[in-house]
Design a protein around this ligand. Structure first.
Ligand code: CMC
Length: 374
């Protein structure tokens, strides 16, 4: 056994997966063999969710059955609605999201059944109900009436409807759908590895996703999309962007929305998301954030050779769509539930308890003194 320490499991291959492949050398990301860029242009989020969960793209009949299953499971219990209504208004929506999935686990009759069939059923329920409960908190904390889901709307349309009471133009819905497709899955990232680690003790999917949400919240992971917006708000205007970013680099600050553990020459998801960010910016007749975006990006690449990651364009895109900044990472959650669930199910099919080793560097062996002697 080697004593070499690989902090952060850097470069360690811990298992196999058939769900997605990140290929940093050729700047590519595939879900079940399909390039994510291609999926964004040719599919809806529901088709991609089906793909991630089932291994292949659906035909018309399969898609219609899948959409129906989501639609009939969208409503949340009165109990959960009341819990959401009474959450502290200042609570971070990611903490609320984590609690929502935990409560769904308390309510689910199959919580402890880890059979493939039960896991798929539970996945559908978590996937369908979590956006409803998150949208309920979006409104409840502002003292607004909660809007229940509406039949006949797509996943994205329905989320807008439950948050704002209306569905925006097709362009905006498409950009949102694209962001969900790009956020759906990304191999062994921190939150997915968390979900797999929890699963490896044969715990249940609600617990695995609850833990994954806690992990996604961190600013080095999904929380970065919120931090990007805080940064853009601090910068304020395109005229101040150059000075701000140069100053941040001089002070050796970590610039949110840049860098990646796996991609060192650019995140494969960025060009597509950036394209849709520009579309949303045009549709909203608001160029301020695009200008700040370009200036900061150019300086980061020129001075540091550090490229943006997917959270850099999604942050300002969600802002322009009207979402509160602290709801950006919960939006990531409603998409990544698909990837996490697929990984939980994959872990169950060939499970091995995840239990790494550590090198002890603490005190030498010592004798316990009685309290009276210390
Ligand atoms: N700003 C400034 N410097 C950076 C950045 C950044 N965003 N990212 C990396 N660096 C520097 C870092 O300081 C280090 O320099 P040095 O070798 O001189 O000490 C070098 O680049 C290598 O970085 P690292 O932190 O050792 O790399 P890592 O693989 O451990 O970390 C990361 C990857 C994503 C945690 C890091 O790039 C980072 O903190 N980025 C900002 C947070 C962020 O945007 N996270 C989203 C990640 S991707 C999507 C997602 O998961 O949601």
């Amino acid at each position: 056994m080697s004593d070499e320490i690989k902090k952060g499991l850097l470069g360690i291959v811990v298992d196999e997966t058939t769900i997605s492949q990140v290929m940093p050398d050729i700047n590519s990301l595939t879900y079940r063999g399909y390039a994510v860029q291609d999926l964004c242009e040719k599919c809806t989020f529901e088709e991609v969710a089906f793909l991630v969960l089932n291994g292949d793209l659906p035909n018309k009949k399969e898609l219609s059955k899948f959409k129906k299953e989501i639609e009939v499971n969208r409503n949340i219990s009165i109990n959960l609605r009341e819990i959401v209504k009474h959450m502290p208004k200042k609570a971070h929506p990611m903490d609320v999201a984590r609690t929502i999935v935990s409560v769904l686990g308390l309510e689910d009759k199959q919580t402890t059944d880890n059979s493939p069939k039960a896991n798929m059923k539970k996945t559908i329920r978590i996937f369908a109900k979590t956006p409803t409960a998150i949208a309920a908190f979006f409104r409840a904390r502002k003292g607004k009436k909660i809007i229940p889901p509406k039949k006949g709307l797509s996943f994205s349309e329905n989320f807008f409807y439950m948050c704002f009471g209306k569905v925006p133009s097709k362009d905006i819905v498409k950009a949102f759908d694209v962001s969900l497709i790009l956020y759906a899955e990304h191999s062994f990232n921190v939150s997915t590895f968390t979900a797999r680690t929890i699963t490896s003790s044969l715990s249940d999917i609600h617990g695995a996703i609850t833990g994954a949400i806690a992990s996604l919240k961190g600013p080095l992971h999904g929380g970065a999309n919120e931090e990007v917006m805080h940064m853009m708000n601090k910068i304020k205007t395109p005229e101040k962007a150059h000075k701000w970013i140069n100053n941040a680099l001089d002070k050796k600050e970590v610039v949110m929305g840049f860098g990646h553990r796996v991609y060192k020459r650019g995140d494969s998801r960025v060009p597509t998301m950036e394209k849709y960010f520009r579309k949303v910016s045009n549709a909203k007749h608001d160029k301020k954030f695009v200008k700040i975006y370009d200036i900061v990006k150019n300086v980061m690449i020129e001075k540091k050779n550090i490229h943006p990651n997917v959270d850099y364009p999604t942050g300002p895109t969600y802002h322009l769509m009207g979402f509160d900044t602290d709801f950006f990472t919960p939006i990531f959650v409603i998409s990544r539930i698909t990837g996490w669930s697929a990984h939980v199910m994959e872990q169950h099919t060939a499970n091995k308890l995840i239990r790494p080793l550590s090198k002890y560097t603490g005190s030498d062996h010592r004798k316990v003194l009685l309290l009276s002697q210390r």
